[in-house]
Design a protein around this ligand. Structure first.
Ligand code: ASP
Ligand code: MG
Length: 414
């Protein structure tokens, strides 16, 4: 018998029929003797529909009223699920974020959870009830309704699991779990049985479609075992684990993340003096533009080139800023490449295995793909290439590292 927090996303509760299916699923856990706390999202499309209604009235509704409005989506789902459970003969009670006392800061529409009061939930569980909590919402110290940002129900579930010291937090969604890479790009992308928190965070661009990344950070920090699995198909899903010990013996690489729609800017031939990186990149970050890869190198003649990448959507603004910086620093030239992509190999096993980067570079060389930038961290190697070759690179690497092999996670690399 365990205490399990389960979260069901919008598509899993997208209709009355689906809510009934969720009730059946929850019932099987109760029949097993488990205590279950369910966190629900709004029915799919509902949060967008409510947002549309607000925008029909005004372009920038006050964030406080927006939170009052959007929190109703989850509130409808929680009541319907309780009804479905009661119909099946199971005791069930629904609670809003405020009723549970999910205390947040006062930053409406993107509030952060500060504290959760577990006593009301524990009391209900002791009476044998399933507790259903509205995801994505909380209450600030002045009793105002707040919401946690889009996709925030995942964070509600993880935070509740941490506060209640649950045995597992299960995130039910419409995919089977986390894959070695995007199955739309690589046909034999494989479902991962387990992955570490660190890897999951580095694979954010893959994982973001499955889980709100903030919830993964939260789970890592509070050591909540997190599992992502499908509502519609049986299967163990992917465990996002606390222990990297199981993985160290196992494969070196967990997966391949990639990002399209990036752009590259080089400010070339600036003086190599202290403060130059700040002079070039400070104004870009002051403008609120997110910079991804940064490479600086000094040429034999003592001048300095600074290259950085941004989202393609930010390129116009970033290159205008870089141009004015380049002019004021008397840079030799400004180079802009609008079409690049980034591919990252991620795995905690890299810490104990040499030769990963060189195998990656050889694979790309064999495909005649030119690498423009390389960056590494302890568990990641990223390369920036022409966007044209992005999918080719991902497929070649996926096969070079045998990531599609069904026995991959069982094999030991020692
Ligand atoms: N209903 C909210 C959204 O659509 C929160 C969630 O589903 O996690 O973003
Ligand atoms: Mg979601």
């Amino acid at each position: 018998m365990a205490l399990i927090v389960q979260k069901y996303g919008g598509t899993s509760v997208g209709s009355v029929e689906r809510i009934e299916e969720v009730a059946d699923k929850v019932a099987t856990f109760r029949d097993n003797g488990d205590d279950v706390v369910v966190v629900v999202s709004a029915m799919s499309g509902e949060t967008n529909r409510l947002t549309g209604l607000a925008h029909g009235i005004m372009k920038n509704p006050t964030p406080r009223e927006m939170d009052v409005l959007l929190s109703t989506g989850e509130q409808a789902t929680m009541a319907l699920l309780c009804m479905a459970l009661e119909k099946r003969g199971y005791g069930a009670r629904s609670f809003t974020g405020g009723q549970v006392k999910i205390l947040t800061c006062s930053t409406h529409t993107k509030a952060r959870i500060q504290e959760i009061e577990g006593s009301r939930i524990h009391a209900q569980l002791e009476q044998g009830n399933v507790v259903v909590v509205a995801g994505f919402q909380g209450m600030d110290e002045h009793n105002n309704i707040t919401t946690l940002g889009r996709g925030g129900s995942d964070t509600t579930a993880v935070a509740l699991a941490a506060a209640l010291e649950a045995d597992e937090c299960q995130i039910y969604t419409d995919v089977k779990g986390v894959y070695t890479t995007d199955p739309r790009v690589v046909e034999d992308a494989r479902l991962l049985a387990s992955i570490t928190f660190e890897e999951m965070l580095e694979l954010a661009s893959l994982g973001a479609k499955v889980l709100q990344i903030r919830s993964v950070e939260f789970a890592g920090k509070y050591k909540v075992p997190l599992r992502v699995l499908s509502t519609f198909e049986d299967g163990p899903g992917t465990l996002i684990s606390l222990e990297e010990d199981d993985r160290m013996e196992k494969p070196t690489i967990a997966g391949i993340a990639f990002e399209r729609d990036e752009a590259k800017i080089t400010v070339a031939g600036v003086p190599d003096v202290p403060g130059i990186a700040y002079k070039v990149l400070g104004p870009v970050s002051d403008a609120g533009i997110e910079v991804d890869v940064i490479v600086q190198n000094v040429a034999a003649d003592g001048t300095n080139d600074i290259t950085f990448t941004v989202k393609r959507a930010d390129l116009e603004q970033a290159s205008a800023i870089a141009q004015s910086v380049a002019t004021s620093l008397k840079a030799r030239e400004l180079l802009v490449d609008r079409k690049i992509g980034k591919v990252s190999l991620v795995g905690v096993g890299m810490r104990s295995h040499a030769g990963i980067a060189s195998k990656m570079f050889k694979t790309l060389a064999d495909e005649a793909i030119n690498i423009q930038l390389i960056t590494t961290s302890e568990i990641k190697v990223s390369i920036v290439i022409d966007e044209k070759y992005l999918e080719l690179a991902v497929r070649a690497l996926h096969s070079a590292f045998d990531l599609g092999d069904p026995d991959y996670e069982k094999q030991s690399n020692n």
